[in-house]
Design a binder for this molecule. Sequence first.
Ligand SMILES: [Zn+2]
Length: 426
Amino acid sequence: MNRTRSSSEIRDASRREIVRALVVGGTATRNDLARSTGLSAATVSNLVTELREAGLIADAGTDNAGTGRPTTVLRIDGRGGSFLGIDVAETYIRAVVFDASLAEIGAADVDLDEAWSSIDRVADALVAAVDEALSRGGRRRDDILGVGLGLPGIVSKDPRRDVPPHGWAAHIRDLESRVRRHLPAPVVTANPLQAVGHSEIWFGTARGRSSAVVVNLGTGVGAGIIVEGRVLRGATSTAGEWGHTVLELDGRTCRCGRRGCVEAYVGVPGIHQTLRDVDAGHALLGLHQRDFVHGLRDSVDDPAVAQTLARTARYLGIALSDIVAVLNPEVLTLTGWTAWALGSSLLPGARAALAERAPEMTAARLDLGVSPVRVNSVATGMAVLAFENHLDSRALARRSRPRPEATVTPDPLPPTLPQTPQPIAG
Ligand SMILES: [Zn+2]
């Protein structure tokens, strides 16, 4: 059903456009912003004023290049606040502190064991990672304006399935409530697929593209789907679970309990199974997931590894052709630690299988590659989401500082606000 956007939703979207243009572009005048966002000069001017009052935009000098009067060049004020992006994966938690220009200023990793049964142990690890990241970034809890918490995708609890989930992942839905009160600011959650979608829209191959798909390859696999410039969330916020679509009828058992899922072939445990099928005694089979993937990357001349990668590339290309058939995207980007390690080995075979399988014309203009965003794209995408959430009018109003000219009477700031120096009026 179509719904007309309210004026405050339009204003929130416009505010995000301006901030995104400055974060990505570095500096811009008000005229540049009007041109790049398509917003009117008056709207840009209003929103810039509001964002300056919130401490998020500062002056970066003047531009005398034009024929008219010098105009003020604007930039994001990195000190205007910080955001936390947290990536909870099956085997690790990574917490990253970003400044308001979304530059990474502190990070911490904690290893997780999939076999842990207690979600409390994972919650403790998460809080420890956050504290460590804050300390490394030199930020206090008060400096954080928003937290983005990326949680692993759905794991089926359906007892009728062959393989009920074991370990802490079965309790993943409880994690957010366990950690929320230990986190320093409002929390938004999303799955990693939606996070990498946001990361690619802001910094990667989906910038300025109307339709794009970002395929995340790791222990699990899935797709961040961008349609008409927005990340698709779906009716229950679980869009993108391409990893659990069927690649082979009655094929390998997937950890979700179904059979023949894409993930059971191109997720790391799936690649592990393929190597076992090729050579049951191979030395790499004894390694843990990350060492296993890096071992594959470093031994592409080993015939068993070469055969494993060739099969994996073919599985990947065929599975991607289904996405392409349905969505006909402009760009298809591989990301995640497996893609960064194995992407160059997988791309030629995946492209060939995709060309062979995708219905006529659907892949004709497709740009398939590995993402240029090599920082943790889930943590970055979650920080983007936390920032976007903070930019909604109500959140922004809560944190707005008084105008410099209004501080003649020394009103004390509310106790929750950091006592940061007022900017020099400009
Ligand atoms: Zn599955």
